[in-house]
Design a binder for this molecule. Sequence first.
Ligand code: NAP
Length: 464
Amino acid sequence: MSAPFRVAIIGAGPSGFYAAAQLLAVDDPVFAVDLFDRLPTPYGLVRAGVAPDHPKIKSVTRAYDKTASHERFRFFGHVELGTDITRQELLERYHAVIYAIGTATDRRLGIPGEDLQGSHAATEFVAWYNGHPDHSGLEIDLQARQAVVIGAGNVAIDVARMLALGPEELAVTDTADHAIEVLNASGIEEITILARRGPLQAAFTNPELLEMGELTRADLEVVNGDLDELSQAALCDADKTRTRNVEISQDYAGRDRSHPPRPITVRFHYLASPVELLADERGHVRAVKIERNEIVERDGRLAAPGTSELSEIPAQLVFRSIGYTGLPVAGIPFDEARGLIRNQGGRVLDDSGERCVGEYVTGWIKRGPSGVIGTNKKDSHDTVAKLLEDAAAGRLNAPAGGDMEGLLRDRAEHLVEWDGWQAIDAAETAAGRASDPDRPRVKLADWEQLRQASRGIAGPAGRT
Ligand code: NAP
């Protein structure tokens, strides 16, 4: 058997793991996969994005662990492309490199006041409650009474739901301890989810929207939830998810308040765009100025332009949840307008549209931040198919450099391999059991604690 083709995959989230599994399943030619991540921990958004009260979704990591146990798989954690290693060094050592780095930051609203104190990117809040070590120091003032979450997608729902969960509900999740402490002391009474279009156009998926109706501490309200005539007409051609979203929204609109009223009101406010965040005298957000929108037909499609009717929603806390976007990394060709690595079907293209030999891309940084975890399986399959086609045609990179491991041992001071991650995992799960028999883990949310745990060193209070 000839020596395997060596492939580096950058990013140990779902799309990276799916690409690894698919390559390792090929018998001829044979591939060896090195999976890199800048964090000492694998699983990407399954660990740092999926809501802590959704443990079933996280059980997908069992399939990733199976991939990691393959004899031709290695994990190189705590290694950052562009800092610890360069794109060139990868290309000198691998027949192919697959970028699976996800979309690292939030899309901006571009409205005045967006950066006032008390206004946060939902992406940061999500990373904070999930114990991402870059975000554990985020200061969230939950003494606020009123919060507005801007956007009508599943991340907005996650944020609103996390704000509404009670201490007993949080205690059995892997929400980071620092976040549980703050959330348990929360004074939030009103959470408004602000959607610029109507219930028919919202980006929620049904199970996530339905879950809002099961919140034990919140009553629901709906503002502007009635379908306009154009949306009503469009309903017959709508897909199942959207049709069901409308039904759920109508159910919520028709609900009476509980007796006695629950401590929190979650309000779905449709057909309104934020136009400005307004400040109090301390420079802290005090309200969201909104413009009422209306559904109109434009170029054969439904659009939701503003009507110039302005009003204010009082809010001392704002989460901007209008989607993620990618960031350029390490000189890899980047499409600024789309916030993605420039590519055609997963093959990286340079700025003049020529193929970059041996470079591929998968997941959100290839297609944009859409779909659920499983969507990445098909996406990676498509990218791997291109790689296999190129391997068969002799169009992969011809690496002359040696094995990456030697370079990493010299260079990446805190390299964490799979057994290092397993040590972190063991420490976290043991701390979870000690905290509550039903708690899956207590996440280590600090870089140094993670490094120490990866070396089997006990952390503060003997937790690790
Ligand atoms: P998303 O689904 O793309 O939703 C973004 C929302 O922001 C849309 O409602 C969009 O409205 C709105 N928006 C965009 N620009 C806006 C603006 N300038 N002003 C006001 N609103 C604006 O993004 P996401 O919620 O970040 O989710 C990302 C992906 O992860 C999605 O595929 C989602 O389903 C997935 N996800 C899944 C789960 C789960 O399965 N449990 C949980 C979290 C995330 P328009 O439609 O009008 O553009």
